[in-house]
Write a protein that binds this ligand. Structure first.
Ligand code: UDP
Ligand code: MG
Length: 318
């Protein structure tokens, strides 16, 4: 029996680029000699994406889709896709043709060689500027420094997961999903394949600086508790310094009998330490907010429409 492969593609306002993407993907899939289905996850698009997906399914039932009830964000769209995907292997890729479909045979080859997780790793960033590259580099450096699993270098959401790995991903019930970290966390035999990122075929990237910053904070907070703990050490050091300083003052006053005016240093230290306190409170808030998100136990995503697929009943979205 031929292997069953599911291609999961999150799409948000990709109506314009979709026909091009499908046109490029289909011949590659046909050449693989496997039993394939494509599962689009419409992440609450406000353009004609959903209509395109319905048409696509009508013309070829191997193109299926689920439509989320609103825009939940790419990470959640991926989680929904993995929940619905039923192939022996699942390939995740972007719907803007930045992830070259021509790489799929290489992914399958690694999978057949026994790897359970095959990660595409990006070689160059075609359209991103120096600022975004710098930003991405510093995030990865920080992550390596303080967070638990090693993030594979240059990893993007272009990868193959074996059924075992997909089932593992589906068992992770957390709401804040930082997929890159999760792929590493689940373990199994990993390998990476370098590829060159293409330019977007149409539309524009939906990531702006604020969104990227939020994403970075999510990643760090869900894989590290060091930001939470560092303040007690800092507090210890500061208290020790303050004690020493007090001692210096005491001795000085005893020896020379006069006390010094110290207004500027007073103001500076007050401002500095209120700043430190606010930062530490904020960090605490980040973690408390996530505890709050988790205990609400809202469903991770809601499905508005199923196009040519049904929910696998043995699993429920946690
Ligand atoms: N995407 C999504 N939901 C969102 C934002 C993006 O499903 O809220 C999809 C988008 O349609 C594309 C993929 O995620 O298929 C990558 O998005 P984008 O190209 O904007 O990100 P970039 O390539 O700049 O990282
Ligand atoms: Mg893109």
């Amino acid at each position: 029996m031929a292997d069953r492969i599911t291609i999961v593609v999150p799409v948000y306002n990709e109506a314009e680029g979709l026909p091009l993407f499908v046109g490029r993907l289909t011949p590659v899939l046909e050449s693989l000699g496997v039993d394939w289905t494509v599962l689009f996850v419409n992440d609450g698009s406000v353009d004609a994406t959903l209509v395109r997906l319905r048409d696509l399914n009508e013309s070829d039932p191997r193109f299926t889709a689920i439509s989320l009830s609103r825009n939940f964000g790419k990470e959640t769209a991926i989680a929904a896709g993995l929940h619905y995907a039923d192939g022996d292997a699942v390939i995740l890729m972007d719907g803007d043709a930045q992830h070259p479909p021509e790489m799929l045979p290489a992914f399958l080859e690694r999978w057949r060689a026994g790897f359970k997780v095959v990660l595409g790793s990006r070689e160059g960033m075609a359209e991103e500027g120096a600022l975004r590259r710098l930003y991405s580099r510093s995030f990865h450096a920080l992550f390596r420094l303080i967070a638990a699993p090693r993030l594979p270098r240059g990893a993007v959401d272009f990868l193959l997961l074996d059924r075992k790995a997909v089932d593992a991903m589906n068992r992770l019930g957390e709401r804040t999903r930082f997929s890159k970290g999760l792929y590493a966390w689940i373990g199994f035999e990993h390998t990476t394949i370098p590829f060159a990122v293409g330019g977007r075929v149409a539309g524009q990237s939906s990531w702006n600086f604020t969104r990227l910053l939020g994403f970075a904070v999510d990643g760090l907070v869900s894989f590290s508790t060091i930001p939470l703990k560092v303040w007690s050490y800092l507090g210890l050091v500061v208290s020790a310094c303050a004690m020493l300083y007090a001692l210096v003052f005491l001795i000085r006053t005893l020896v020379s009998g006069t006390d010094q005016p110290g207004f500027p240093s007073l103001i500076v230290s007050i401002m500095f330490f209120s700043g430190v306190q606010l930062i530490s409170l904020g960090v605490l808030g980040e973690y408390v907010a996530r505890i709050y998100e988790e205990v609400k136990r809202r469903p991770l995503f809601l499905i508005g429409e199923e196009i040519g697929v049904t929910e696998p009943h043995q699993k429920r979205h946690a």
